[in-house]
Design a protein around this ligand. Sequence first.
Ligand SMILES: NC(=O)c1ccc[n+]([C@@H]2O[C@H](COP(=O)([O-])OP(=O)(O)OC[C@H]3O[C@@H](n4cnc5c(N)ncnc54)[C@H](O)[C@@H]3O)[C@@H](O)[C@H]2O)c1
Length: 370
Amino acid sequence: MKTIQIDLHRTNYRYQVKIGNRILSEVLTELLFNYTEKRIFVITNSTLHALYPEFSKTVIPKDIQAECLILPDGEQHKNLETVTQIIDFLVEKKANRQSIVIAFGGGVVGDISGFAASAFMRGISYVQIPTTLLSQVDSGIGGKTGINHKAGKNLIGAFKQPYQTIIDVSFLKTLPEREFIAGYAELIKHGIIRDPYLFQLLNQKNLQELKADEDLLIDSIFRSCEVKARVVEEDEMEASQRAILNFGHTFGHFLETYTNYQQLLHGEAVIIGMDFASWWSLQQGFLDKADFEIIHYHLCSLGISKTIPEVTKETFIRIVEYDKKFSREGIRFVGLTGIGQARIFDGVTADSLWDNLLTYIQSDALLKID
Ligand SMILES: NC(=O)c1ccc[n+]([C@@H]2O[C@H](COP(=O)([O-])OP(=O)(O)OC[C@H]3O[C@@H](n4cnc5c(N)ncnc54)[C@H](O)[C@@H]3O)[C@@H](O)[C@H]2O)c1
């Protein structure tokens, strides 16, 4: 089992991320050993419940009673009504300020449960048990919690760090292939922005080899979480450096919004977004051609390519400028100066990104426009 320690200086708070295969029962037993409340509040969804019906019986220590709330599956339920449902459940079951919420599921369950835990009685502890690759390397650590509003994704939220995060790779066995690739986007992103060794490690293997090699999977998730943990320690509230985690997200969010969240999973959009951001970095003269090609061919090997209907300059600019990463000074765009070296460029204009988009779609790009 591997452990990452996250130290947050702002609040003088620290917690651990445990990573391994089939570790959940052992880690939970240790975690709850001195827990006098003897009742935990498990939040999961219908898919996880169907796949792991014995979850509470098999991994939760015998002396602990698990109260379980099963949410409907899907991003469309990441909203205030579901938060109310969780709060009602906690009230009905007489949870108190010492109670612990266990979020068992992907990023959606983790984000909603974390947010509900941050609000209930002004904040109670929650443990993340992320079950998708995306949530294991990304949303399960770092303390961003939240829900969607009809005006935008993740518009309502709070910073609330978990009590502990337990990453058990055995859950990935049931994850659909498409979800695995979407999570892989964030895994490889951490290599591209900060850890050239991680990138190299993954670049030597294909996805099937990665899935089949438990040690490699644990090692790469560990390294990926290390990158995120160190960035979060440096800048918990995303005042500056944490923005490098948005590599690939400006263009990725544009694609998700433009296609109405109907065609691409978030990670798939990020794969194309990283390809575009690498192209942009090459065009600006920050990234050399050899490094661009290594990244580009790796991203191509993931099998995500997309054709979208023709987009006008006005629509592109409107969507990009509505993004959270846009301010009066322009876009805070994350580019590359090498593999493992991301840099934040402030004041990039939507106009200049549009010019790059025109050259990008004429190149050997992952995105085509009809
Ligand atoms: N808080 C953060 O820092 C942060 C970072 C990135 C993304 N997010 C959020 O995370 C969400 C996306 O997370 P996600 O990609 O995990 O999506 P998700 O939670 O919707 O999970 C994807 C699908 O996989 C299913 N699933 C989960 N675990 C499974 C397993 N082990 N086996 C089989 N199926 C399983 C889920 O039920 C769902 O149908 C978005 O809402 C996004 O905004 C948050």
